[in-house]
Design a protein around this ligand. Structure first.
Ligand code: MG
Length: 291
């Protein structure tokens, strides 16, 4: 089945960022909100008018974001080393530590149907001065965590990845996909640039991690899953569409290095692409699954 509409082309909607990340579609206002991490600001693009605005300056280096069931924006902040909620510009911390120590720099986040918040915690915001504030790894690793809003409990669910980054559930939430982006040209040539799949057990645990796809060129940073279970992942030169088991189905060339994507638009079938300096869009034949 085709992934794009027959006449679909990748179009540039906005530019002027340094490193675009963390896009989310806001249905109530018909806009895409995303992070320009090195400029420490949050941008917003209104689809109908084409209006680009700075939603927040001095944003404490936000990164990935999604919506919860109430429509509130849940976002990661490298600067505050936290996962937080933004409602009409009022930002409150949801969780910023585990076992008495701070996270590294939460990178990307999803909300499960039961309300639990799952997020990755690689060290980019404490290692790279342009992406946050220099700091130490206080618990020593780079985990994926699950936060339970009802109890405030936060539990590591994946501890065997080097630099977990993007994450998304399969449509039935039986599988959690997580990318590992530890590969770095000139710095860690033997690092990972792949997507792992984990079985989700009891809605709260991950088991049987396995690599389903090695992504080239570049790394699979952020990605989303569509309602048919396919994975739409970033890479250095394109958005790549994978089957649920990791086979490459399609490649959508993009003129800049891609960091992350989200589905949205009036019918939910537009893919918005955060790629270096710009926000792009392309019309697909599907819709996003979950958050
Ligand atoms: Mg990321």
């Amino acid at each position: 089945m085709a992934t794009l509409r027959a006449s679909a082309t990748v179009r540039r909607l906005a530019t002027g960022a340094i490193w675009s990340e963390g896009p989310v579609w806001l249905p109530e206002i018909g806009a895409v909100r995303w992070s320009d991490i090195p400029n420490d600001r949050i941008l917003q693009y209104e689809l109908e008018t084409g209006g680009l605005s700075v939603y927040s300056a001095a944003a404490e280096f936000t990164n990935g974001r999604t919506l919860d069931a109430s429509g509130a924006v849940i976002q990661c902040s490298h600067g505050r080393r936290a996962v937080e909620r933004d409602v009409d510009g009022v930002v409150t911390t949801i969780v910023d530590r585990w076992n008495g120590v701070r996270f590294n720099s939460p990178n990307d986040v999803v909300v499960a149907r039961d309300g639990a918040i799952w997020f990755t915690d690689p060290p980019y915001g404490i290692d790279l001065p342009r992406e946050g504030h220099p700091g130490e790894r206080e618990y020593g690793g780079c985990y994926v965590f699950r936060y339970e809003p009802a109890t405030g409990e936060v539990v590591p669910v994946i501890t065997d990845m080097e630099k977990p980054n993007g994450l998304a559930f399969s449509p039935d939430e039986s599988i959690l996909y997580v990318s590992d982006t530890s590969w770095a040209p000139g710095a860690n040539e033997s690092g990972n640039h792949h997507i792992q799949a984990y079985d989700v057990v009891g809605g709260a645990h991950c088991e049987r991690g396995r690599t389903i796809a090695v992504i080239e060129p570049g790394v699979p940073d952020g990605f989303r899953v569509d309602v048919e279970g396919r994975i739409w992942t970033s890479s250095a030169d394109s958005v790549q569409v994978l089957s649920a088991t990791g086979e490459l189905l399609d490649r959508i060339p993009v003129p800049e290095v891609v960091a992350n994507v989200c589905f949205g638009g009036p019918g939910g079938s537009t893919l918005f692409i955060a790629a270096s300096s710009s926000l792009y869009a392309v019309e697909t034949t599907t819709r996003g699954a979950g958050s």
